[in-house]
Write a protein that binds this ligand. Sequence first.
Ligand code: HEC
Length: 143
Amino acid sequence: MRIAIVVAAALAAAGIAGIAATEAAAQGAGDPKAGATIFNKCKACHALGPGAANKIGPELNGIIGEQPGAVEGYQFSKPFMDWAASQGPWTAETMRPWLENPRAVVKGTKMAFPGLKNPAEIDNLIAHLLTFDEAGNPTAPAN
Ligand code: HEC
Protein backbone atom coordinates (compact mmCIF):
# COMPACT_ATOMS: atom_id res chain seq x y z
CA MET A 1 0.00 0.00 0.00
CA ARG A 2 2.67 2.45 1.08
CA ILE A 3 4.84 1.48 -1.92
CA ALA A 4 1.94 2.15 -4.27
CA ILE A 5 1.53 5.63 -2.84
CA VAL A 6 5.23 6.38 -3.17
CA VAL A 7 5.25 5.15 -6.77
CA ALA A 8 2.16 7.19 -7.58
CA ALA A 9 3.73 10.29 -6.04
CA ALA A 10 6.96 9.76 -8.01
CA LEU A 11 5.02 9.33 -11.24
CA ALA A 12 3.01 12.48 -10.53
CA ALA A 13 6.16 14.45 -9.84
CA ALA A 14 7.78 13.18 -13.04
CA GLY A 15 4.63 14.10 -14.93
CA ILE A 16 4.66 17.64 -13.59
CA ALA A 17 8.35 18.05 -14.42
CA GLY A 18 7.63 16.74 -17.92
CA ILE A 19 4.84 19.26 -18.44
CA ALA A 20 7.01 22.11 -17.17
CA ALA A 21 9.81 21.12 -19.53
CA THR A 22 7.40 20.96 -22.48
CA GLU A 23 6.00 24.39 -21.63
CA ALA A 24 9.46 25.87 -21.36
CA ALA A 25 10.36 24.45 -24.77
CA ALA A 26 7.09 25.73 -26.26
CA GLN A 27 7.92 29.22 -25.07
CA GLY A 28 11.34 28.99 -26.65
CA ALA A 29 13.08 29.13 -23.31
CA GLY A 30 16.43 29.92 -24.86
CA ASP A 31 19.36 31.91 -23.58
CA PRO A 32 19.17 35.47 -24.94
CA LYS A 33 22.87 36.09 -24.33
CA ALA A 34 23.87 33.10 -26.45
CA GLY A 35 21.26 34.25 -28.96
CA ALA A 36 22.99 37.63 -29.29
CA THR A 37 26.08 35.83 -30.58
CA ILE A 38 24.03 33.81 -33.05
CA PHE A 39 22.42 37.05 -34.24
CA ASN A 40 25.84 37.93 -35.70
CA LYS A 41 24.81 35.59 -38.53
CA CYS A 42 21.83 37.84 -39.26
CA LYS A 43 23.56 41.22 -38.91
CA ALA A 44 24.72 41.49 -42.52
CA CYS A 45 21.05 41.88 -43.42
CA HIS A 46 19.08 42.71 -40.25
CA ALA A 47 19.31 45.28 -37.47
CA LEU A 48 17.85 44.92 -33.98
CA GLY A 49 17.76 47.27 -31.01
CA PRO A 50 17.69 51.05 -30.57
CA GLY A 51 17.56 52.90 -33.89
CA ALA A 52 17.48 49.70 -35.96
CA ALA A 53 16.84 50.46 -39.63
CA ASN A 54 15.97 48.32 -42.62
CA LYS A 55 18.99 46.93 -44.46
CA ILE A 56 19.00 44.11 -47.00
CA GLY A 57 16.28 42.66 -44.76
CA PRO A 58 13.75 44.42 -42.53
CA GLU A 59 14.64 45.59 -39.01
CA LEU A 60 13.52 42.99 -36.48
CA ASN A 61 12.46 44.96 -33.38
CA GLY A 62 9.47 43.34 -31.71
CA ILE A 63 9.13 40.94 -34.64
CA ILE A 64 7.58 38.15 -32.58
CA GLY A 65 3.98 39.27 -32.13
CA GLU A 66 4.07 41.31 -35.32
CA GLN A 67 2.32 40.41 -38.57
CA PRO A 68 4.83 38.96 -41.10
CA GLY A 69 5.66 41.40 -43.87
CA ALA A 70 4.50 44.47 -41.97
CA VAL A 71 7.77 46.32 -41.31
CA GLU A 72 7.26 49.90 -42.42
CA GLY A 73 9.29 51.12 -45.35
CA TYR A 74 10.58 47.67 -46.28
CA GLN A 75 9.84 46.11 -49.68
CA PHE A 76 9.15 42.40 -49.13
CA SER A 77 9.20 39.94 -52.01
CA LYS A 78 5.93 38.90 -53.60
CA PRO A 79 6.26 35.25 -52.50
CA PHE A 80 6.74 36.41 -48.92
CA MET A 81 3.72 38.74 -49.03
CA ASP A 82 1.56 36.03 -50.61
CA TRP A 83 2.54 33.69 -47.77
CA ALA A 84 2.14 36.42 -45.11
CA ALA A 85 -1.45 37.03 -46.20
CA SER A 86 -2.44 33.63 -44.80
CA GLN A 87 -0.51 34.03 -41.55
CA GLY A 88 -1.22 35.37 -38.09
CA PRO A 89 1.41 37.31 -36.15
CA TRP A 90 4.85 35.71 -35.76
CA THR A 91 5.12 33.40 -32.73
CA ALA A 92 8.08 31.42 -31.43
CA GLU A 93 6.39 28.42 -33.04
CA THR A 94 6.18 29.93 -36.53
CA MET A 95 9.62 31.55 -36.21
CA ARG A 96 11.32 28.18 -35.62
CA PRO A 97 10.78 26.59 -39.06
CA TRP A 98 11.50 29.95 -40.73
CA LEU A 99 14.91 30.19 -39.07
CA GLU A 100 15.59 26.53 -39.70
CA ASN A 101 14.97 26.79 -43.44
CA PRO A 102 13.41 30.01 -44.78
CA ARG A 103 13.09 28.71 -48.34
CA ALA A 104 11.15 25.67 -47.17
CA VAL A 105 8.60 27.97 -45.49
CA VAL A 106 8.37 30.53 -48.31
CA LYS A 107 9.45 29.22 -51.67
CA GLY A 108 11.01 32.16 -53.53
CA THR A 109 11.75 34.31 -50.47
CA LYS A 110 14.59 36.76 -50.99
CA MET A 111 16.04 35.94 -47.57
CA ALA A 112 19.26 34.32 -48.76
CA PHE A 113 20.04 32.41 -45.61
CA PRO A 114 20.43 28.63 -45.49
CA GLY A 115 19.01 28.31 -41.98
CA LEU A 116 20.15 27.15 -38.55
CA LYS A 117 20.21 23.41 -38.04
CA ASN A 118 20.69 23.37 -34.27
CA PRO A 119 17.34 23.71 -32.40
CA ALA A 120 19.09 25.12 -29.31
CA GLU A 121 20.59 27.91 -31.43
CA ILE A 122 17.14 28.71 -32.75
CA ASP A 123 15.70 28.83 -29.22
CA ASN A 124 18.52 31.11 -28.09
CA LEU A 125 18.05 33.37 -31.09
CA ILE A 126 14.31 33.62 -30.48
CA ALA A 127 15.00 34.53 -26.84
CA HIS A 128 17.32 37.27 -28.12
CA LEU A 129 14.71 38.59 -30.58
CA LEU A 130 12.28 38.85 -27.65
CA THR A 131 14.62 41.17 -25.73
CA PHE A 132 13.65 44.22 -27.85
CA ASP A 133 10.19 45.69 -28.24
CA GLU A 134 8.69 47.26 -31.35
CA ALA A 135 10.46 50.57 -30.60
CA GLY A 136 13.83 48.88 -30.13
CA ASN A 137 13.83 49.29 -26.36
CA PRO A 138 14.96 46.42 -24.11
CA THR A 139 11.96 44.44 -22.85
CA ALA A 140 13.77 43.52 -19.63
CA PRO A 141 16.74 44.79 -17.63
CA ALA A 142 19.98 43.98 -19.44
CA ASN A 143 20.84 40.33 -19.08
C1 HEC B 1 21.61 37.57 -46.66
C2 HEC B 1 20.66 38.41 -45.96
C3 HEC B 1 19.88 37.81 -44.81
C4 HEC B 1 20.36 37.09 -43.73
C5 HEC B 1 21.78 36.64 -43.43
C6 HEC B 1 19.21 36.87 -42.87
N1 HEC B 1 18.08 37.43 -43.42
FE1 HEC B 1 16.22 37.48 -42.60
N2 HEC B 1 15.49 38.39 -44.25
C7 HEC B 1 16.25 38.80 -45.32
C8 HEC B 1 15.38 39.32 -46.34
C9 HEC B 1 15.83 39.88 -47.70
C10 HEC B 1 14.06 39.21 -45.83
C11 HEC B 1 12.77 39.57 -46.57
C12 HEC B 1 12.23 38.28 -47.18
C13 HEC B 1 11.33 38.47 -48.37
O1 HEC B 1 10.79 39.57 -48.59
O2 HEC B 1 11.17 37.47 -49.12
C14 HEC B 1 14.16 38.63 -44.51
C15 HEC B 1 13.09 38.39 -43.66
C16 HEC B 1 13.21 37.98 -42.36
C17 HEC B 1 12.12 37.86 -41.42
C18 HEC B 1 10.66 38.21 -41.67
C19 HEC B 1 10.43 39.64 -41.19
C20 HEC B 1 9.00 40.11 -41.20
O3 HEC B 1 8.80 41.34 -41.07
O4 HEC B 1 8.07 39.32 -41.31
C21 HEC B 1 12.65 37.42 -40.24
C22 HEC B 1 11.91 37.15 -38.95
C23 HEC B 1 14.06 37.24 -40.46
N3 HEC B 1 14.37 37.58 -41.75
C24 HEC B 1 14.93 36.83 -39.48
C25 HEC B 1 16.29 36.55 -39.72
C26 HEC B 1 17.21 36.07 -38.71
C27 HEC B 1 16.85 35.90 -37.24
C28 HEC B 1 18.41 35.85 -39.33
C29 HEC B 1 19.68 35.28 -38.74
C30 HEC B 1 19.61 33.89 -38.35
C31 HEC B 1 18.25 36.24 -40.70
N4 HEC B 1 16.97 36.65 -40.92
C32 HEC B 1 19.26 36.20 -41.66
C33 HEC B 1 17.61 38.71 -45.44
C34 HEC B 1 18.46 38.01 -44.60
